[in-house]
Write a protein that binds this ligand. Structure first.
Ligand code: ZN
Length: 138
């Protein structure tokens, strides 16, 4: 398995346990989510895995009416759109995830900067069910 695949597997495993993980550089303190083997700021490999608290604010978002196949299979379509946002985590990094618990019939109620907290959603059924990171209004 490649580094990327291993990293992604560890991240998915943490998500399966309702935990959001990242990494902190022991040299410069930079925090990355998902975790990285090499610090993107100073390129040190002295990084430790950390759990982040999953609290942040909405940096930007988009409401998706024409979903990719995986989301269409999960029941999303033009009549049942979903929201994807970039969340600025309290620890600093930004992460892209589905934002749930919003009134998508009135996007004007969705505010940049609104406080969010992590939650987890399951898409798919039976063997193919998988848990994903999402955020909801705090
Ligand atoms: Zn660093």
């Amino acid at each position: 398995m490649t580094d990327q695949a291993l990293r992604s597997k560890a991240f998915d495993q943490a998500i399966a346990e309702d935990v959001l993980i990242g990494s902190r550089c022991l040299v410069c303190g930079n925090i990355s989510v998902p975790q990285r083997q090499i610090c993107p700021n100073c390129h040190s490999d002295q990084v430790e895995r950390i759990q982040v608290n999953g609290i942040g604010t909405l940096a930007t978002f988009t409401v998706i009416y024409v979903p990719p196949t995986s989301m269409a299979d999960a029941g999303y379509n033009a009549k049942n759109p979903y929201c994807v946002g970039i969340v600025a985590l309290q620890e600093g990094p930004r992460i892209s995830a589905q934002i749930v618990g919003l009134d998508l019939s009135d996007p004007a109620t969705i505010k940049i900067g609104m406080p969010l907290k992590q939650t987890f959603v399951v898409r798919g059924e039976g063997e193919s069910a998988k848990k994903f990171l999402a955020f909801e209004p705090a």
